[in-house]
Write a protein that binds this ligand. Structure first.
Ligand code: ADP
Ligand code: MG
Length: 314
């Protein structure tokens, strides 16, 4: 068995390559602190909007959209999460490029869900920083603000409204515009109507749109929930064990769906199902004890002695 020490060493490579120690301009943390140090930071009117002073007082300028100009969607730097005396994430640094589909695998208790909790603001890092693009310091944002900024997450258990139709579940998930109207559908912007159409196709629930969601199979409920996420037009999608409990056919469709979503979104997918990972993966990160054990293609990490020892078994 080849020992792939190299692949563990390369975990730091994206950081060095993307952030560049000589090029501080690329590091949002440094960029951010630089802005804070300026008495009168010059704000780019293209990327900032000033809140209406009538409603928000002298509020801080709000970043309008995530800034992916450096090609990185997500930066986690030296993140640790302590739960009392237990460290669930251990000095973790992870960089997800824009448009990437990153798979995260690892034994139970490795910290995979905690990682997603940190990205979505559900859990705050004890140490370290988390940035979405260049401008969004997730540590300063509420879970709602993080979702609005374009990070959508699907939990392991589907949480669809069982008594509502598939269509109504999707419509309820869409960002509403303020116009008063008597139907959920007519509230939608033209853009959201397009999203609705493409979402129904992608999640393959065209025949079920008028049926109560309670009638869907487990797999179909998972897809509906992915559809509900898509209605919010997220830029980064986090899927925690999306194929758990699915049939082989459902798993295969979910793989196709992920590859489809990759065309327009950045994805981070946590899974144990290696057939599924094999179908969708580019770069795979193996997490163990809250830290990165190995990173590379699935074949590379599967051949890594540490990964075999800690996760895959002999
Ligand atoms: P994974 O998703 O990789 O299975 P988790 O992120 O759920 O792992 O959990 C990592 C470790 O952190 C586990 O040992 C778990 O028991 C612990 N943990 C997670 N959340 C909490 C919490 N809120 N309080 C205390 N311990 C927690
Ligand atoms: Mg988990």
């Amino acid at each position: 068995m080849t020992k792939l020490d190299d692949s563990s060493k390369t975990t730091a490579k994206p950081a060095a390559k993307l952030i560049g120690q000589q090029n501080n301009k690329l590091n949002p943390m440094l960029q951010h602190s630089k802005v804070n140090q300026q008495a009168n930071p010059t704000l780019d009117p293209e990327s900032y909007s000033i809140d209406d002073p009538a409603t928000s007082g002298y509020s801080r300028p709000k970043p309008r959209g995530a800034d992916f100009t450096h090609g990185v969607a997500l930066y986690l730097e030296n993140v640790s999460v302590w739960f009392d005396a237990f460290r669930a994430l251990n000095d973790l640094s992870l960089y997800i490029e824009t448009g990437e589909l990153r798979c995260i695998i690892g034994p139970n208790g490795a910290g995979k869900t905690t990682l997603m909790d940190v990205i979505t603001g559900k859990t705050r890092p004890t140490e370290g920083s988390v940035f979405f693009g260049q401008s969004h310091n997730l540590a300063n944002m509420s879970t709602e603000e993080i979702a609005e900024a374009g990070i959508g997450r699907k939990f392991q258990k589907p949480t669809v409204f069982e008594n509502f139709t598939v269509m109504d579940n999707l419509l309820l998930a869409a960002p509403s515009n303020k116009r008063v109207s008597n139907s959920l559908f007519s509230r939608l912007s033209a853009d959201a109507k397009n999203t609705l159409e493409s979402t129904i196709e992608q999640i393959r629930l065209r025949d079920m749109v008028n049926k109560p969601a309670g009638l869907l199979s487990h797999g179909q409920k998972q897809w509906l929930e992915i559809g509900m996420l898509l209605m919010q037009q997220p830029k980064l999608i986090l899927l925690d064990e999306p194929v758990a409990g699915m049939t082989d056919a459902e798993t295969e469709h979910t793989a196709e769906l992920c590859l489809e979503l990759k065309k327009n979104h950045t994805l981070v997918v946590v899974e144990h199902d290696m057939t599924f990972i094999d179908a969708i993966s580019e770069k795979v990160t193996v997490l163990a004890n809250g830290a990165i054990l190995a990173e590379g293609t699935l074949a590379e990490v599967q051949a890594n002695e540490d990964v075999i020892e800690t996760y895959l078994g002999r």
